[in-house]
Design a protein around this ligand. Structure first.
Ligand SMILES: Nc1nc2c(ncn2[C@@H]2O[C@H](COP(=O)(O)OP(=O)(O)OP(=O)(O)O)[C@@H](O)[C@H]2O)c(=O)[nH]1
Ligand SMILES: [Mg+2]
Length: 197
């Protein structure tokens, strides 16, 4: 978090993290379209729509006294570009961990989670994290439940953690997850549309 006292702007960095194809880019695209800031989002993608390095965009909000500037990133899930992930996480204030909630993908989710934890020391337990059980529209009952995932990851060690189902392709839960992570970072704040309440 960076306070720019001169311009009265608070800068906050949020990273969407998770295994390949879990829905990080889709979530970010929904977020930017919700705030009608589609043009602020840069996705560096391969010809088949896979994130090469990261997605990046800025969301600005103006309060009565201070401006808020959110730097939003997604780390690529593709292992070929894994070396870019630590840099993307540098200086992060909050993480949205996007899980592919189909049970067949559990090992990829856990591998990505363990990698995320290993990139930080014990400070990871102080970072606000919202887990998004994404693709909840797919595959009937063959899906990960909130408590099951939490039990895999020793959630009780984390100071600020939350989990919810999402469907990024239709936007279900995406804004909620974003608001939850922001609420962890700045408890007084709630963002509605493009004004700060
Ligand atoms: N059915 C369904 N499909 C989804 C959902 N979210 C994303 N997808 C699809 O899953 C695929 C991968 O989504 P992306 O958002 O590109 O995944 P990513 O996490 O950015 O993947 P990488 O950049 O490769 O790490 C795309 O075809 C999306 O349309 C969802 O909630 N439900
Ligand atoms: Mg992507």
């Amino acid at each position: 978090m960076i306070f720019d006292y001169e311009n009265k702007v608070l800068q906050i960095k949020i990273v969407y993290y998770g295994p390949a194809m879990s829905g990080k880019t889709t979530s970010i695209k929904y977020l930017f379209s919700y705030f009608k800031k589609d043009n602020n989002l840069e996705s560096i993608e391969s010809s088949v729509g896979r994130t090469l390095f990261f997605d990046f965009g800025v969301l600005n909000f103006q309060g009565s006294n201070w401006g808020l500037k959110f730097l939003i990133y997604s780390a690529t899930g593709q292992d070929f570009y894994a070396s870019t992930r630590p840099a993307t996480l540098n200086g992060v204030d909050g993480i949205i961990f996007v899980v592919d909630s189909r049970l067949d993908y559990l090992k990829y989710n856990l591998r990505s989670w363990n990698e995320l934890i290993s990139l930080f020391g014990d400070e990871v337990y102080n970072i606000p994290i919202v887990i998004s059980l994404n693709k909840y529209d797919l595959d009937g009952s063959n899906k990960l439940k909130e408590n099951d995932f939490l039990n895999y990851i020793h959630y009780e060690m984390f100071k600020y953690i939350s989990i919810d189902k999402t469907v990024a392709i239709s936007g279900i839960g995406v804004i909620n997850s974003f608001n939850t992570v922001i609420g962890f970072i700045i408890p007084e704040l709630q963002i509605k549309s493009d004004i700060i309440l």
